[in-house]
Design a protein. Sequence first.
Length: 272
Amino acid sequence: MFKVQTFRPHQRLGDYLLSWQLITGDFPGEEVRYLTILPHFIQSMWFNPGPDHTLYDVIGQEYLSSALLTGPRSRISEWRISGNMQLLAAHFRPGSWFRLFNIPAQFFCDRCIDLSALFGHSIASLLTDINTCDHPRQQVQLLEYWLLEQLTASPKNICNLENAMQLILAANGNITIRQLEAQVFLTKRTLERAFLEQTGLRLKLFCRLVRFRKTIDYMARMRYPQWKLLAHKAGYCDQTHFINEFRYFTHRLPHQFSDFLPQQSSDFVTFI
């Protein structure tokens, strides 16, 4: 269903970006596919160097712009994709968008924002330059130059959440606020305020989404899931807790998980 090329970020951007991806549809251009976008705790930038009007937000009932920022997602959404779609995506580490641009991330939660609304006419010029590139690697390098320019700004006096985020990710979201307070020497109030500003999510929801995404990784790789075993492995209290949490985020039951998957499970894992 999709062809995906992944590129490593520039060394100086490694603390900010997880990866670059070029995503194209491998079905006829006149056809469309529907893809469910599951909740996630990261932010991403999307550039469409291909034709316009190839990506449609079904729930928002609008075509998405050629340069787009998606915030962290606490609920599912659905995209309608044309076969001639071409997307170049930059996936940010949690909190790194705020550190780069000093724009509070809570403004973008569960939203798709036109980058031109944030950066003005420079985005149109950037898209024009991308369209003149002959190879995806050149497109990535061009966008990296633009991001590297943001690093030249003066350091921001912000609360450093790096240790807290690493602890949450290492525990797959299964960590209490009291444990975080004790290990990073920050108060609950400071942690909650900083997480909302820098990640766009409340601290408890951030932890829940980290655990949910780890659960999705397990489910995508299990041919015959055993829900009780999976619930224990992911850190849920019991199978009922896991089912309720899955239903909260997806509005479906775990046995309906295959409904989300494209033709190849690797497309799902890589694209979402």
